[in-house]
Design a protein around this ligand. Structure first.
Ligand code: ATP
Ligand code: ATP
Ligand code: MG
Ligand code: MG
Lengths: 174, 167, 167, 174
């Protein structure tokens, strides 16, 4: 199992649609300051189930929707899809407990008429919810905690946190 | 709950010693509970002695780069405890010198045989060791986009071009 | 005490706008008191809008490099308020890309005509722009020493040599 | 006025004596991780009057004395001297209110027989104290606060601190 591609639509600084293809092995993402590299990581966390909007450097989920930048129209929704390759293993089972070679996990946040946000989850196009996402991803050990995703600044935070905070990190993976 | 924590600590500590020893070319690392009898009443200490340094050094007195190498060793040790199919690292090599950046990029490369590794980086050493390259930019209008036809040469050029312009 | 704070804020904010505008090639920055009537009851907000970005962006949502450029602008603005004969900067360019590192190194170079600037850095761009170079190393025995006969070429080589060894 | 040289003796990772000469203009210090670059900054702060041992990444002043590294004998004292060039200006005055072209400011910390630490201050070789150091340096605006000395990590700390902490920074320079 690996992440085949990241599809974003109006997520943070990404206007409209963008597809970022990934391969197996070791992939490097580079680009200038403020170009949107960390926003890709936030997009991955957004689907995996980020602990809170604050982890995505957003005050609330409205901040996740493309705000127009300098001179474009702000969007009304933001959507992220993680596309996983999920081949059958030699014993017939698949890492993600879904019976298909490709698994598309989509999370979308939309502004309603009264300007609140509504979050929806789709699994291979069918309606789902955060709980089943957690369960399915948990089976493949692709959970968002436990330092599988190391956000910008996490390394320095780990060396300067208190001993009690560090023990809590261990609690969360025990 | 206590037995689970102690069992996790034992395994993560075993991994931490091995990884830190490899990433510091022979240094010694160790994790200690402040209060082994009542672990939830205390914290978890991380002790690291880089090669050639005194065994009295406290984490607080280590340099920025030395602390990062210890923290990265702990992150790898935690990952080994419960392996995932893919990992994402965002500029973990910010305060590392070239030799340490190379050690971390090589570690990611070796681990990428068993699991997918995606690393955001500005450093040339890391770009050289990656198999695949993705370029992200914004066109001055605040809109992010992917640079198509991007490869290792273009990735290194992106930094070098800016460097040439800088010199 | 309140009048002094308001007078200092007015001047530092004036400096901040000018410096941030220069260091972000046209962006806009501003400092706000959360509670202007009772300043000691609230805090001081820093707002920065990099070039090409929306004016709704909050400091929290900016990238690592963009935040550093805003903070460095504030540091220069504070220094301009009460100039000192010498300044010491320790790896302030850690998470900056090459163009931003060059902007900061150039700013230090320009300011070094009026006051002495000493900057610890690992980045080639900054080493190229400095007038003088000092090398510090430890010989694997934990003892720091100065490298004698050190100059710009040797400084850049120190990074490049390690890079060659890394490639 | 400028800093002509930094002389350290058994200060942190520096064994024995080391002299680091500085010039006017823009000087870059470079070297591998853990080589001692930030310890030079700590040495400068130590004489200027660092706010506390914690700012020098030390638990107490004993941690400032060379601890022997891998296989040397630990030292019993640590000494730092800042040598300032202090020429007379066109109006006959000098930036540092001391009547000499060169001003040597020394701070030393020594272990006593009972393993406590004693701090002494010397101004051009004569006994002085922290208060006069502060007064003399304050006249030349070479104070340790107000971001004249930006330690490793200060830039990131400034962008992630709370608004109240940031207002306190302004208080300290008002
Ligand atoms: N909802 C939004 N709409 C538009 N732009 C946004 C939104 N949220 C964040 N941004 C912008 O995204 C940019 C941050 O991008 P990101 O943090 O991904 O940069 P980066 O490539 O990681 O840079 P660095 O190398 O400095 O870490 C900021 O300029 C911010 O203003
Ligand atoms: N009292 C002491 N005696 C001996 N060594 C010490 C003492 N205090 C600190 N050290 C050592 O000094 C080293 C840290 O040096 P310093 O922080 O100056 O490195 P640096 O060159 O700034 O590195 P980086 O590039 O990673 O920031 C550590 O390895 C630490 O163990
Ligand atoms: Mg980033
Ligand atoms: Mg340092």
């Amino acid at each position: 199992m690996y992440l085949k591609s990241l599809e974003v639509e109006n997520f943070k600084s990404f206007k409209g649609e963008a597809v970022i293809p990934f391969d197996r092995g070791f992939t490097a993402i580079t680009g200038p300051n403020g170009s949107g590299k960390s926003n890709c990581g936030d997009a991955v966390q957004f689907v995996l189930g980020a602990r809170s909007a604050k982890v995505l450097r957003a005050q609330n989920s409205k901040d996740l929707i493309f705000n127009g930048g300098k001179s474009n129209r702000p969007a009304r929704n933001a959507k992220v899809t993680l596309v996983f390759a999920n081949p059958a293993l030699s014993n017939g089972r698949r890492r993600l407990p879904i019976d298909s070679d490709e698994v598309r996990m989509t999370r979308e946040v939309r502004l309603t008429k009264s300007n609140n946000t509504v979050s929806t989850y789709l699994l291979n196009g069918e309606e789902s919810n955060q709980k089943s996402f957690h369960r399915i991803l948990g089976q493949a050990n692709a959970r968002p905690d436990g330092y599988n995703i190391v956000l910008q600044g996490d390394v320095t935070r780990l060396s300067s946190m208190t001993a009690v905070e560090r023990r809590k990190v261990l609690d969360s993976v025990a | 709950r206590k037995t689970r924590l102690l069992a996790t600590l034992k395994e993560v500590n075993k991994n931490f010693k091995i990884v830190y020893n490899r990433l510091s070319n022979g240094g010694r690392g160790e994790l200690f509970l402040e209060n082994p009898d009542e672990p939830f009443k205390g914290g978890l200490d991380m002790w690291a002695q880089p090669r050639g340094k005194s065994n009295k050094s406290r984490l607080q007195g280590l340099s920025g780069g030395e602390k990062s190498m210890a923290s990265l060793s702990l992150i790898f040790a935690i990952q080994d405890h419960d392996p995932s199919p893919f990992y994402y690292f965002d500029e973990v090599d910010q305060n590392l010198d070239v030799p340490n950046s190379k050690l971390i990029a090589t570690e990611c490369r070796n681990r990428s045989e068993a699991a997918q590794f995606i690393m955001v980086t500005l450093r040339k050493v890391s770009l050289e060791l990656a198999d695949h390259h993705i370029g992200i930019t914004h066109g001055g209008d605040g809109c992010s986009r992917r640079i198509v036809d991007f490869n290792r040469e273009r990735a290194i050029e992106l930094g070098a071009e800016a460097e040439k312009e800088a010199a």
